[in-house]
Each structure stands twice: as C-alpha cells, then as structure tokens.
Design a protein around this ligand. Structure first.
Ligand code: ATP
Ligand code: MG
Length: 139
C-alpha cells in the first residue's frame, strides 16, 4: 500500500502545558511514522508567512502573535491516507466541537490555542514540510 505524508506542529499552548509527550504518543498510536522533527520557535515574520493564506481573516494578527509566542514542535508524518487520517485524529478546529478521543478534544483549550496544526491537502503538506525541513533532515 502506498503511504503519503502530512505536516504538523505542536503549538505553543500545548508545548507550554507539557503536552508534547502525550500528543506524540497519540500520533504514534494512530500509526503515524515520524519522517522529520524539530523543536524550534517561529519569528512573527515566519508565522505570518506560514499562515499567509489567512491574511485577510479577522483572526490573522492574533494567530501570528500566538504562533510566535513560544516554542513549537514541527514534524513530517507518514501513513497511508496521512492528510485525511491526521485531520480526523486532531479533530475540529474548535475543541468544543472536536470528537472525543481527538488530540484537540484532549489537549486544546480554545479555537485560537488549539494544540496542533495539521495540513489540509497533499499539496500544502509538501509546501509546509519544505518550509521547515531540508531533504537531509528527512528519514
Ligand atoms: P490548522 O491550520 O492550524 O491545522 P485548521 O485547519 O483546523 O487549523 P484553519 O481554518 O486553517 O483551521 O485556521 C488556522 C488556525 O487559525 C486555527 O487552527 C486556529 O488556531 C486559528 N483560527 C481559526 N479560526 C479562528 C477563529 N474564528 N478565531 C481565532 N482563531 C482562529
Ligand atoms: Mg488549516
């Protein structure tokens, strides 16, 4: 069976609350293999570029400020049907609407501080992974 890849970040709220280990455990138990991973912090310029597709949305300023407020974990993950299955694992953007057993239901507190990012398409997974990782950093 062919596998494909998605891109994720553990966001500053989840890192600050000590949830890195719990979130990685949920990713591993759901069958995602880690292809690349780093612990880093986005500048506001980098966060603004990463979320540029949302630049006209009312929450863009808040989103950029939040995503550059503390360290994150960035990773490329591999699995069959990776993008869709990972969106299922993380749950709805608003954690109050996320299904039980999802990462956001378990670890997120609000729609803006919602614990994890997951790519929304194969094309964006490629673009987002390339934003953080060189070819030499993927295994
Ligand atoms: P992500 O792209 O981070 O995986 P998503 O795809 O579920 O999240 P998007 O619509 O792409 O949701 O929004 C990107 C991020 O912007 C959300 O994860 C959230 O942090 C923030 N966001 C979205 N909608 C709102 C809102 N109404 N108010 C505040 N922040 C929001
Ligand atoms: Mg999104």
């Amino acid at each position: 069976m062919t596998t494909n890849r998605t891109f994720t970040m553990i966001k500053p709220d989840a890192v600050g609350n000590g949830y890195i280990g719990g979130i990685l455990k949920m990713m591993n138990e759901a069958g995602f293999r880690i292809v690349a991973m780093k612990y880093t912090k986005l500048s506001s310029e980098m966060a603004g570029k990463f979320y540029e597709v949302h630049k006209d949305r009312p929450f863009y300023g808040e989103l950029v400020e939040f995503m550059s407020s503390g360290p994150i974990v960035a990773a490329i993950l591999e699995k069959t049907n990776a993008v869709a299955d990972f969106r299922t694992l993380i749950g709805a953007t608003d954690p109050t609407k996320a299904d039980a057993g999802t990462i956001r239901k378990t670890y997120a507190k609000s729609i803006s501080a919602n614990a994890v990012h997951g790519s929304d398409s194969d094309e964006n997974a490629q673009i987002e992974g390339d934003f953080f990782f060189s070819k030499l950093e993927r295994f």
